[in-house]
Design a protein around this ligand. Structure first.
Ligand code: CAO
Length: 477
């Protein structure tokens, strides 16, 4: 993976020749930035880039999320610098703390990898004193994020009207399985969303059943959409001074990510989908977009081909794209120079009915080398291709560690673990990736430092049972 393409080499050469950018000048400037210019806008900071605070510094989030979709969203906002206060049920917490446990007694990786950089407070929202604390939190936070089953937040008494009255600036963001309509009251998990959003019917091989993908497009995908909605609402609040509701339905989020297949559905009305290998195989199309195996979803045909070692290594494969502008180079490398001028192969249109034959020939060639050797070779000729990386290879890939996309953090009860850092890189806001909190780890800190309760009041709240797990021995007596 380390070799550079021709284009990358040209780019880095050009970059080396470029004079230092103004950024450097700013970084060394000594005068502090003036508060505002004539338009009332802040003057550009003269602090070095990366030292002017984090992007969402000063934003406080009341995080009522659980499982995966909501936590993905709030974790990302925490990486961007928001103070995320995760509210959990006393004694139990987010159900994922105990799910798929690998280390006895320690929070699972399911939980720790979705709740980094947050603080945890335990509150029983159904206890009157618990509701008092929540009221205070609503007054002091900017955003409430939740992904309870439909109606659960209302049943707690936290309707939009109630929250908006208490804090008109509060943004209330929710993930639900479906938007308004026949299924709006349904509980939804990842794979249900993948099926309802059109991903499953268009994934897999034509001869096989619908397939779900391991990429969590329903949960994490919807969490990402929600994060965009939240920052947009924050931006609008600067003008309007008021919060709003942000809703992301998982079905909608999945459909947004599967939009190329809705594109193809409409194209079907005008004839067969010629870039699907089904076309070349002479199999007629039905009324709906079929599953297309490993066909490329774009205009440049692609397929997965075997590499050396495929018999024993399940990931010894390469994704290969026969991009039209580099067709001649491909022909030369695989030893088919005649295809450059042969009318059956010379043009993209002529190649479409012969994709199976073309990829079989490419595979014959790639099977003589490892996926990394093939990647290196074709990259030198600017052919878009990529090795099928196993999770083991990704976990060990040093370049992903160097960029902070894979981060190792230390945890008091489970020790070191890998997590996915911030995939979005901001040049003036380094990602703040820290371990997940223990259940209720910050309860007292938040009660005293954020909400202003004094020692006696905290003791009273503790005794009331609003922030502690019910005493099982008393309950049994
Ligand atoms: N104190 C007291 N009660 C609390 C509490 C707290 N701190 N936190 C949660 N609860 C209660 C809620 O009030 C709710 O109680 P009621 O049903 O009596 O009103 C209950 O705990 C949990 O609600 P839930 O229905 O959301 O949880 P569930 O495990 O039954 O369902 C899920 C889980 C994910 C299917 C459902 O939340 C859902 O459909 N969410 C929306 C879609 C979504 O995000 N799905 C993705 C999940 S990740 O795969």
């Amino acid at each position: 993976m380390a070799t550079k393409t021709k284009r990358q080499k040209l780019k880095s050469r050009a970059a080396a020749k470029k004079p230092a950018r103004k950024v450097v000048k700013l970084a060394s400037a000594k005068k502090p930035a003036k508060k505002a210019n004539g338009n009332g806008l802040p003057k550009p900071s003269n602090k070095p880039f990366g030292q002017a605070g984090l992007a969402l510094q000063g934003v406080r989030i009341l995080d009522f999320t659980h499982v995966q979709s909501g936590p993905t969203c709030t974790q990302l906002l925490a990486y961007m610098g928001a103070d995320v206060i995760k509210v959990e049920r006393p004694g139990a917490g987010d159900i994922t703390r105990g799910q798929l446990r690998d280390v006895p007694g320690a929070d699972s990786l399911y939980f720790t990898m979705l709740n980094g950089s947050k603080r945890s407070i335990t509150i029983d929202s159904k206890h009157p004193k618990g509701m008092d604390i929540l009221n205070r939190l609503i007054k002091t936070c900017d955003i409430l994020v939740e992904n309870f089953a439909p109606g659960a937040l209302d049943r707690m008494g936290l309707t939009w009207e109630y929250i908006h009255k208490l804090n008109p600036r509060m943004i209330v963001a929710s993930v639900k399985g479906f938007g308004p309509g026949p299924y709006e009251d349904c509980k939804v998990y990842e794979n249900v969303a993948q099926c309802a959003g059109g991903a499953a019917s268009t994934t897999g091989f034509r001869e096989g059943p619908p397939l779900v993908t391991s990429a969590q497009i329903g949960d994490s995908g919807t969490g990402l959409h929600l994060a965009l909605g939240i920052v947009s609402a924050l931006y609008q609040r600067i003008r309007t001074g008021r919060g709003q509701r942000v809703l992301c339905a998982m079905q909608d989020g999945v459909l947004n990510l599967t939009r190329v297949k809705l594109r193809d559905q409409q194209r079907l009305a005008h004839g067969p989908l010629t870039e699907y290998s089904q076309f070349g195989e002479g199999v007629p199309f039905g009324v709906a977009v079929p599953r297309a195996g490993n066909d490329s979803g774009g205009g440049q045909p692609g397929w997965i081909v075997k590499c050396r070692g495929w018999e024993s290594d399940p990931d010894a494969y390469l994704y290969f794209i026969t991009q039209a502008p580099v067709w001649n180079e491909i022909c030369d490398v695989i030893g088919e120079p005649g295809w450059k001028t042969d009318p059956d192969f010379a043009t993209p249109k002529a190649r479409l009915p012969r994709l199976k034959q073309i990829f079989a020939r490419i595979e014959q060639f790639t099977m003589t080398m490892t996926k990394f050797e093939a990647m290196d070779l074709f990259n030198k000729h600017d052919v878009p291709c990529g090795p099928i990386l196993s999770m083991k290879e990704i976990a060990e890939e040093q370049s992903l560690r160097a960029t902070g996309t894979v981060v190792e953090v230390d945890h008091p009860t489970r020790g070191k673990y890998l997590t996915v850092g911030n995939p979005v890189k901001l040049s003036d806001s380094p990602a703040d990736v820290r371990r997940s909190p223990l259940l209720g780890e910050h309860t007292e800190e938040i009660l005293s430092k954020v909400l202003g309760y004094n020692g006696a009041q905290i003791a009273e709240i503790k005794a009331s049972g609003a922030i502690t797990a019910p005493d099982k021995s008393k309950a049994a007596a």
